[in-house]
Design a protein around this ligand. Structure first.
Ligand code: MG
Length: 349
């Protein structure tokens, strides 16, 4: 029998994080635990406002989950199919169950999760993200992140060129650019893309609003660097359409319901000739470690969400010299869990 519990948490960030469509200084999370024969697997949901989930919606969903009818945790397809069928959406809440289940079966098998998918662990250089601020402050951040191979720069403002010019004054680290749907005129967007392609930019994420599919297609067909879908590509089913719009996809466990569907998306995207990146939300080391197991299928990795956290209750895969290093431990690779997160009443956190 599988026992399941969950607990809400608020992740505090070191500084206010701004993107083209909002800002935050904390993030609502829910931690999950699935237990079988005395072994505990841990998971996490992180719920950005943009995707419509919240503490309330996640708790409402997770309250409906009853895993007591399942006796074999290795039946992940059946278990996760059941979880997905409880209600539509709730992708982060579903990911929290998927992650805990994979952590559990990895621990039961004595293997890291990537081996359960037939994958080696690939030690990627993760990018480090700089949120929107004044050009001067963004350049200061860039200096402080000189240990990272790639910088991910949030754009989609009316000062984009000033921002890039200021950062290029202080570093020549290659850029991942993320406009977060912030460019709304396709001709201006193409101008930005062409200019950025001359600024040592590797790719551009979600340059225009996700619903502007024809404009995005127009832009992608003219861009000399890959255009990656993020907000516009969430689950496996979205790939059918996305393959005609973008050059690649940003897979995030919180959008795609977890490691299992993320694996399927990466395999399918590669079969369609698309590029794959792994991304994240504001998350703890739990969800970051979980996502890193799919690194062997990724061209690029942006798994830095835990590096801005003030109160991360987990320790797991960690950044060393800009690379995301595995602990080698079974499951998702957690080396420390602060068990208080499952003991204190929600009102105390
Ligand atoms: Mg993005």
């Amino acid at each position: 029998m599988l026992e399941f519990s969950f607990s809400p948490f608020t992740l505090e960030l070191k500084s206010v994080f701004r993107i083209a469509r909002g800002e935050r200084s904390s993030a609502p999370l829910v931690f999950t635990k699935i237990s079988h024969e005395g072994v505990d697997g841990y998971g996490e949901a992180s719920m950005p406002v943009l995707y419509g989930e919240s503490h309330a919606s996640a708790e409402a969903f997770l309250s409906k989950v009853d895993l007591s009818g399942f006796t074999d945790p290795f039946q992940t397809e059946s278990i996760l199919h059941y979880v997905d069928s409880i209600a539509p959406d709730n992708k982060a809440a579903k990911a929290a169950i998927d992650i805990a289940l994979h952590d559990l079966i990895g621990k039961l098998a004595g293997k890291p999760v990537h081996t359960l998918f037939g994958l080696p662990y690939k030690e990627h250089h993760t990018s480090m993200t700089i949120g929107i601020d004044t050009p001067e402050k963004m350049a200061e951040k860039a200096i402080s992140y000189n240990g990272f191979k790639y910088l991910k720069i949030k754009l989609g403002t009316d000062r984009d060129k000033e921002i890039i010019a200021a950062i290029r004054q202080v570093t020549d680290q290659p850029f991942f650019i993320d406009a977060n749907q912030g460019w709304t005129d396709k001709h201006l967007a193409l101008d930005q893309v062409q200019w950025l392609s001359e600024q040592n930019t590797i790719f551009i994420e979600q340059p225009m609003p996700r619903e502007r599919k024809e404009d995005l297609q127009w832009l992608t067909s003219r861009s000399s660097i890959p255009i990656i879908g993020d907000e516009g590509v969430q689950r496996l089913d979205d790939l059918k359409e996305a393959s005609g719009i973008y050059n690649g996809i940003n897979i995030k466990l919180m959008k795609c319901t977890g490691i299992r569907e993320g694996f399927k998306m990466a395999v399918a995207a590669k079969a369609l000739g698309m590029r794959v990146m792994l991304g994240c939300m504001s998350e703890t080391s739990c969800a970051i470690s979980a996502a890193s197991h799919l690194g062997a299928l990724a061209d690029w990795v942006d798994l830095d969400g835990n590096l801005d956290a003030l109160n991360d209750p987990f320790r797991g895969h960690f950044v060393d010299g800009g690379r995301l290093v595995a602990t080698g431990l079974p499951g998702i690779g957690l080396s420390k869990v602060d068990l208080k997160i499952f003991q204190e009443p929600a009102s105390l956190r």
